[in-house]
Design a binder for this molecule. Structure first.
Ligand SMILES: [Zn+2]
Length: 296
């Protein structure tokens, strides 16, 4: 076969695999841990239709101003939507907002981003203590972040959102479940290592990473290296190291092609890395369903 046809054939094979997988086992009961609500009801309808197709659920990241409308939407679609409160850690009303979101049935907080101090600064202790008490999951932005309005001065630093800042929080609050978004882009190795020893810490790999690494998905085997290695240096009875990942699409309104593409990228990366169907089922929803049911 000529060198020209080989990539074409590979693409055809991969897309055939993708189509075969779409309604398949790995994506039934999907949990998407990272859906930004943009306040648009039409977006929510489209998202719910996507989730209906796979009997899925989304963590809907909700600003305090949208609490009531999202609460109503959750009431109508309790199997599809789970509310997360997008508070600002430095807001003087943050603790009151945590209590409000909790009272309204929201199951988590986030995406937390743009803190004025490092995520693990002790100033934020009352917020994480409240989240732990209420068994709320906390989704943190980690790694590089865009500049939404480059002309406006902003006291934001990626250095305060390094994945290593989650290590200290995970250890201080052992009953708190933490999710770091974007696998710490580009601190992948550090993100995986802090997740390795913290049973209550997971990462999604949403954002630009799976695009940046699309020619080298096997790279992730070097980051999640400890599958099946029994030694004093790896967690006991550990499943696939890749089970420190959970699915997140990071969609924020508009059309949902990006949701489909992110599912496809996750699937391809996990296939290239040889992750078993059972482990993939946990990554695409099983792990978070267990945590939500209080069984993990
Ligand atoms: Zn983010």
């Amino acid at each position: 076969m000529s060198a020209y046809f080989r990539p074409v054939l590979l693409t055809l094979l991969l897309s055939a695999t993708f189509e075969a997988r779409l309604p398949a086992q790995a994506w039934r009961g999907l949990v998407d841990a990272h859906v930004h609500h943009n306040g648009d009801a039409a977006f929510l309808d489209k998202m719910i239709a996507r989730l209906d197709a796979v009997d899925g659920t989304a963590f809907l990241l909700t600003l305090p101003k949208d609490l009531e409308s999202v609460q109503a939407a959750i009431g109508k679609h309790p199997n599809r939507l789970i509310g997360f409160g997008s508070i600002k850690l430095d807001d003087p009303n943050a603790l009151a907002q945590v209590e409000r979101f909790h009272a309204a049935g929201f199951r988590g907080l986030g995406e937390l981003s743009g803190p004025l101090k490092s995520f693990d600064d002790k100033t934020y202790a009352p917020l994480f203590a409240a989240a732990e008490k209420h068994r709320m999951i906390v989704l943190f932005h980690t790694g590089i972040v865009n500049r939404t309005n480059p002309d406006v001065p902003a006291d934001i630093s990626v250095d305060r959102m390094r994945p290593t800042t989650l290590d200290n929080i995970a250890r201080r609050y052992p009953k708190l479940t933490l999710i770091g978004a974007h696998l710490g882009n580009p601190d992948y190795a550090w993100a995986a290592e802090v997740a390795r020893w913290n049973p209550n810490l997971y990462f999604d790999v949403s954002g630009s990473t799976l695009i940046k690494k699309q020619e080298d998905y096997a790279f992730f085997k070097s980051v999640f290296w400890w599958s099946g290695i029994a030694s004093p240096h790896t967690p006991k009875g550990g499943p696939s190291a890749f089970e420190k990942l959970i699915f997140g699409s990071d969609v924020f309104g508009g059309e949902l092609e990006e949701f489909d593409r992110e599912l496809e990228r996750y699937g391809k990366m996990l296939d290239v890395c040889g992750v078993s169907p059972a482990a993939q089922a946990n990554i695409f929803g099983g792990t978070l369903r267990k945590i939500l049911a209080g069984a993990k």
